[in-house]
Structure formats: C-alpha cells, structure tokens
Design a protein around this ligand. Structure first.
Ligand SMILES: Nc1ncnc2c1ncn2[C@@H]1O[C@H](COP(=O)(O)OP(=O)(O)OP(=O)(O)O)[C@@H](O)[C@H]1O
Length: 290
C-alpha cells in the first residue's frame, strides 16, 4: 500500500526496469529519491537511459518492474493533478510548427483550464509573470521557430513556470545556450528550489553540477551511485559513469611544480563545461568549474 508519510516529500523511483517494444531493456532495477526543495543532476553517457528515466516519471513508458511515486501520488494521479512539468530536449520539438511564443507558454496553463481552453485573467497573468521570470517578455509575439536555441529553452522553462507544477524535469537545459543564459537558468532553478520544487536536470555540463545541484544520480542503464553531490561527485564515480567517453587532460610534475610535489590538475570534460580536480591521484578534490 502507498505510504504517504514516507513519500509525500519526494519522488521515489523504486526498482524500475523499462523494456522498449523492440525488447531492449534501457533501464533495469533503478532506485533513487528526489526530495522536495532540491536540484538533482542526472548524469550518464549518451544512451545511458536519462530520457527513459524522464519518460518513466511522466508515464510515457510502462514499467516492467518497480514503481514511481510522485509526492505521494502514482504517476497517473500526478499527471492528472498537473504537478509535473517537462522542458524537453530541443531535438524533440518541431520548430517549423507555426506558434507564437506566448501561446507556447499558455500551453502550460491548459491543465488549469476547462475543456474549451478559454484563458482567464489569472492564466494570462501567469503567462506574463513566467515570461518576465525568464526575461523574454519582449519576444511574446514572435514565432517560436524564429528564436535562438537559448531563447527557445527559456520559453519552454516559462511554460513550466506557467504550469505552476511541483516537479520540473529538464532534459539538457544547457545544451546550445551561452554562458549568460546558462547562469540565468541556474539562478532561476535555485529560486524554484527555494520555493520547494523537485527539480531533475540531465546535463553533460559536469563542471556546473557542484555549483548548483544538491544531489547527483550517476546512471548507465541502472543507478551506479546517487546521493548528495558533495559525497558522490567523485573522480571515481565520474570515471565509472563515463569510462573512456570523456575528454581527460592531466597536468602534473614538471608542468606544474619545480619540486617533487605530486599534486596534479585533472580536467575532465564530457561536453561544454569541464570538471577540474586538484591533488594527488585518487585523492583529488573537485575544484568546481573553470
Ligand atoms: N522507443 C525506443 N525503442 C527502443 N529503444 C529505445 C527507445 N528509446 C530509447 N531507446 C534506447 O534506450 C537506450 C536509452 O535511451 P535514452 O534516450 O533514455 O538515453 P539518454 O541517456 O537520454 O541518451 P542521450 O544522452 O543521447 O540523450 C538507448 O540505447 C536507446 O537507443
């Protein structure tokens, strides 16, 4: 039986296995929790199952084993209650579809409207507010397809804000965005965390994880490790998750020191923002982002 006491303050992924129709098992026996008022990074190589985890939380794939509990509700109940918002990867969207920016954001309000989808003053106010929060109010009458990659991301984030959801899932929010937009999105996510939202972000920007994610889940078709970023974001786990799939530079010995100091600088990069480690091999500490 569902125990509201232990799950109402978190999303609980419990031993899930997802097998696609072609028989491929993308995720097996994965378990982790996402507490309210936290930002969690979902980290793994291409094809490790990050999008499949998102789809499991949104009820878009059926589970072969296990369960997903969202703040005390089943996935079906959570979707019905409109408490889960999703910011998709850019590739998933047909940008040629003719639709205005403000209409994309208004889509976040659909769950609050009746069947005729007539927007109320409150709906319009929430759209205005959401556009202001992502600093895109001047673009509301533009076609979404005319915006840059970073601007499109902000509009989809605005749609999630307009939805007033409890849970925000962001699939690669920093891909193709400039540093300023990345900073802006991170600041906004921090504010949403303070508001008590549950935020799950898949990202290849390893360097920004210690800066803004309280928790990290490393996956490769199952959970390799998970917990507070300060504890689990270690060189060993990064290596375990990415193996040889990372760009890896080590500066040591003569390049750094004139004495026999054994400490070295290690720069590990999956995509854009690298993670920088300093210390002796295996005792490196994360120096945070460059
Ligand atoms: N509809 C599907 N049918 C069959 N296999 C699928 C389907 N969707 C995804 N897969 C497979 O499941 C695995 C996990 O895919 P998923 O999209 O979850 O990975 P990901 O970690 O999000 O990857 P990326 O970082 O490239 O976005 C991949 O091997 C993929 O080919």
């Amino acid at each position: 039986m569902r125990n509201k006491q232990t799950t109402a303050n978190e999303i609980k992924i419990n031993d899930i296995t997802v097998t696609y129709r072609n028989g491929f098992t993308a995720i097996h026996n994965a378990s982790f929790s996402l507490p309210k008022g936290s930002i969690t990074a979902l980290v793994g190589i291409n094809g490790s199952g990050k999008s499949t985890i998102f789809k499991s939380i949104m009820g878009l794939v059926s589970l072969k084993t296990g369960s997903v509990n969202i703040l005390g509700l089943s996935v079906k109940q959570a979707l019905k209650s409109n408490i889960v918002a999703y910011v998709p990867q850019s590739e998933e969207i047909d940008w040629d579809f003719p639709i205005l920016v403000e209409d994309v954001v208004m889509m976040g309000r659909y769950g609050h409207m009746n069947m005729l989808r007539m927007s109320s003053a409150k709906d319009r106010e929430m759209v205005d507010q959401a556009l202001r929060r992502v600093n895109m109010q001047d673009y509301r009458h533009r076609q979404i397809g005319e915006l840059s990659g970073g601007q499109k991301k902000r509009i989809f984030l605005a749609r999630a804000l307009a939805q007033e959801s409890q849970v925000i899932l962001l699939d690669e929010p920093f891909t193709g965005v400039d540093v300023k937009t990345e900073e802006h999105i991170m600041q906004l996510l921090k504010v949403l965390r303070e508001e008590g939202k549950v935020i799950l972000v898949s990202t290849h920007n390893l360097g920004s994880i210690p800066e803004f994610c309280d928790r990290t889940v490393f996956i490769n078709r199952t959970v390799l490790d998970e917990g507070q970023t300060g504890k689990v974001f270690t060189p060993d786990n990064i290596q375990k998750a990415f193996g040889g799939a990372l760009r890896h530079f080590v500066l040591s010995g003569d390049l750094l020191h004139t004495d026999d100091d054994k400490r070295q600088v290690t720069v590990i990069s999956d995509d854009e923002r690298p993670v920088v480690l300093y210390g002796e091999q295996h005792t490196n500490t994360v120096l945070n982002q460059l």
